[in-house]
Design a protein around this ligand. Structure first.
Ligand code: F6R
Length: 372
């Protein structure tokens, strides 16, 4: 049912405020996260964890990369994130007391399942403590059946091949994991927990606030219609968000899009910049803002056309050739990447619509990649 939307992707983008509420439902009480949401044994499992390894593919991998920044920065807990197709074949060293987190919308992605089986085989043969958590949107999927602990994202069915609400709810699920690990291990103060929970509760409204900018993003989509390439920039947690924005654009509009951590610009990609390369940057009002601004200046000086998805407090003003989409305000360490991703989804969607591609079923792609 399209409910008046032209495409499922559009419908699913607009369902995100509700999807986030559904992910949080029953998982928080007052200003606390309920650790038991991860299962009755979650508390004892989390108590033993010395590090976290996230394994996933595509968009789900980008959610994992974002969580890696959160876990190390906020909890000081070592965390890795890797795509399943690499992890499964490179014979990685598995260390005792590592929590494995497998993220998948479908729960049927072949590489992710194979990585899980590999961890299981190794823990059985070596007698290691390697608990496996599935963050998944489909109950009774192969992934949830294989995991020791499961947190369902409760995003509802996602029909569009390009993942939108599944990604957003994966990030919310990972924030719940962050708080749960943090409190069981006493790495997070009750005050910090309360602040994170308050942010999560505000998230549906923050996302609504970002969706309001759709007309501006629809107009900006025209810049991309006749372009062959685009560059997405971000730093810190917003680097994975830039990666996700680039993936959305390439998969549904077939425009080559690449994401770079903004600090890497002068190590190569700056050579690409001219008036034919639109650049999309994600600018939160965080401690990397000044550095990001000077990266953007490097691009401006070379004639690149820029779109900046910004926290209003970043204080970046539109000028000719540089358009600011003030998509968020009063967002924090957890809510900023989740909110600032929304305009990137809308931008990719409207570019694809203008180019006349099959938005919900892009060529060569399947919703669930059950073969490697
Ligand atoms: C991108 C997209 C894919 C999936 C990837 C993993 O929009 O949909 O990159 O994210 O195939 O799929 P799941 O999450 O089902 O394991």
């Amino acid at each position: 049912e399209l409910d008046g939307h032209r495409h499922f992707m559009h419908k699913e983008i607009h369902e995100q405020p509700q999807a986030v509420s559904d992910t949080l439902e029953g998982r928080i009480a007052g200003d606390q996260v309920l650790v038991e949401a991860f299962g009755p044994e979650a508390r004892s499992v989390f108590a033993e964890v010395e590090r976290v390894q996230i394994v996933a593919c595509g968009t789900s991998y980008h959610a994992g990369l974002t969580a890696r920044y959160w876990l190390e920065d906020i909890l000081r807990l070592p965390c890795g994130a890797e795509v399943a197709s690499e992890f499964r074949y490179r014979n990685p060293v598995l260390q005792d007391n590592t929590l494995f987190v497998f993220i998948s919308q479908s729960g049927e992605t072949a590489d992710t399942l194979a990585a899980m089986e590999q961890v299981r085989a190794e823990r059985d043969s070596q007698g290691l403590n390697l608990p496996m958590l599935a963050i998944c949107n489909v109950p009774e999927s192969s992934l949830t059946r294989g995991a020791d602990l499961t947190l369902l994202t409760h995003a509802g069915p996602e029909i569009g091949v390009a993942s939108t609400k599944a990604f957003t709810t994966q990030l919310v699920a990972l924030a719940l994991l962050l708080v749960s690990l943090g409190k069981v291990q006493q790495r997070l103060s009750p005050e910090r927990e309360a602040r994170i929970v308050a942010g999560l509760k505000k998230l549906p409204r923050l996302i609504e606030g970002a969706l309001v900018h759709e007309p501006q993003l629809e107009a900006l989509a025209r810049i991309f219609v006749d372009k062959h390439n685009a560059l997405f920039l971000g730093r810190g947690t917003h680097y994975p968000i830039a990666m996700e924005g680039a993936l959305k654009l390439k998969e549904i509009s077939y425009i080559h899009a690449e994401a770079y951590p903004a600090g890497e610009l002068k190590h190569g990609p700056l050579a690409l910049v001219d008036e034919n390369l639109p650049i999309v940057a994600v600018a939160p009002a965080d401690d990397l803002l000044e550095k990001l601004k000077s990266n953007l200046q490097e691009v401006r000086a070379r004639g690149g056309r820029m779109i900046i998805i910004a926290d209003e407090r970043a204080g970046i003003a539109s000028e000719p050739g540089l358009e600011v989409v003030p998509a968020a305000t009063h967002v924090g360490r957890i809510t900023a990447p989740i909110t600032l991703n929304i305009p990137l989804q809308l931008l990719a969607y409207h570019v694809a619509v203008l180019r006349g591609t099959d938005v919900d079923r892009p060529r060569n792609l399947a919703k669930s990649v059950t073969v490697e």
